[in-house]
Design a protein around this ligand. Structure first.
Ligand code: ATP
Length: 351
């Protein structure tokens, strides 16, 4: 069908901007003002065949009507003809997935800018009472100003803060383990997906590798084995990855903690938070101490200065459990008298 001659409402329809599993998105031009928009079109014959498509579309329109945020696609109007339903939305020509594919890996300051936008967008959604359930790089567009715009609310669900959700849905590579395990779940599933997106930004690849990403059983066991935490990113970045991709939803970082995480707040680049682990003389285990000193590039003098000067603060285990090798020293690291210390003495040790 030649869509270029078609018109819907006050819009002349142009070429195809993209296609999803149930909709075609076309360029639209307002016939009076010339304003360009994106028009998401769903054929009624498809909708009538599949009840879930009707739900998908109604849901998307209803959610977009509730959400007004600079990083969420703006819904202008919903139209209907004899043959199709249309959603007229803000046009965004760039695509974050293509941008990432071109760039490979982003630097941490670049990733931080996108992460701040993404996290504040998801926070806004959750505060309004919407869980997206399909956050992935393919659902992020990129505006001409380089800002992300979240799309595709077809799987989103209202969240009243009390009643957990149970439908297994989303995109396997981005879906949280509680969805796979058929447990009831809440907005923490979006935080997990933010973790997968974050990993892709800073590593240029997915955190969990399986030959067939739709093999849920294999994907689930890969998730439970944990992802490789890269050693060429800052400690705060590694910490944030581990806390976002925490398989237990009760231990996963919360939205408030995420917003305040030092990596999110850090403007001075990855080296500022050079956190070191120091074992006190009372608990020192030579192997662990040597490993830790080496890992965090501490000299023996640094270590003893830190211990003597008591520039220390009690740690929680979370920080160190990120580091697989350190798990071997779990007993030591959990015991009282094990401390975290930051080289940047003007800053509070982050634990
Ligand atoms: P899915 O199969 O993921 O459910 P869908 O059928 O709901 O997808 P969308 O993801 O909303 O469809 O859109 C499909 C594609 O159309 C997008 O990947 C994107 O390339 C393009 N697109 C969507 N919205 C816009 C927009 N506002 N401006 C420009 N292009 C868009």
């Amino acid at each position: 069908m030649d869509t270029r001659r078609r018109r819907v409402g006050n819009y002349a329809l142009g070429g195809v901007l993209g296609e999803g599993s149930f909709a075609k998105v076309l360029l639209g031009t307002h016939i009076l003002t010339g304003e360009e928009v994106a028009v998401k079109m769903v054929r009624k014959k498809d909708v009538n065949k599949k009840e879930y498509l009707r739900k998908h579309m109604r849901r998307e329109a209803a959610m977009l009507q509730r959400l007004h945020h600079p990083n969420i696609i703006q819904l202008y109007e919903v139209l209907e003809t004899d043959s199709s339903y249309y959603m007229v939305v803000e046009l965004v020509e760039g695509n974050f997935a293509d941008y990432l594919a071109d760039r490979g890996r982003l630097t941490e300051p670049e990733a931080r800018r996108f992460m701040r936008q993404l996290v504040h967008t998801v926070d806004h959604m959750h505060k309004i009472g919407v869980v997206h359930r399909d956050l992935k790089v393919q659902n992020l567009l990129l505006s001409a100003d380089g800002d992300i715009k979240l799309i595709d609310f077809g799987l989103s669900h209202a969240w009243d803060g009390d009643h957990l959700l149970s439908t297994q849905c989303g995109t396997p590579a981005y879906a949280a383990p509680e969805i796979y395990s058929k447990r009831k779940y809440g907005p923490a599933v979006d935080i997990w997906s933010v973790g997968v997106i974050f990993y892709k930004m800073v590593m240029g690849c997915r955190p969990f590798h399986v030959e067939s990403p739709t093999n849920l059983a294999k994907l689930h066991s890969a998730i439970m084995r944990g992802c490789t935490i890269p050693n060429d990113v800052s400690l705060n970045c590694a910490d944030l990855i581990g806390r976002l991709l925490q398989p237990s939803e009760t231990e996963r970082i919360t939205m408030d903690q995420l917003i305040r995480h030092p990596w999110m707040e850090d403007d001075l680049g990855p080296l500022r938070w050079q956190v070191a682990v120091v074992l006190t003389p009372e608990t020192v285990n030579r192997d662990a101490a040597a490993y830790v000193a080496d890992k965090y590039r501490l000299s023996a003098a640094d270590v003893s200065a830190a211990v003597k000067g008591r520039q220390v603060s009690a740690i929680t285990a979370t920080y160190h459990l990120l580091d697989k090798k350190l798990r071997r020293y779990r007993g030591v690291l959990h015991s009282p008298g094990v401390y975290a210390w930051t080289r940047d003495c003007s800053a509070t040790p982050q634990v």
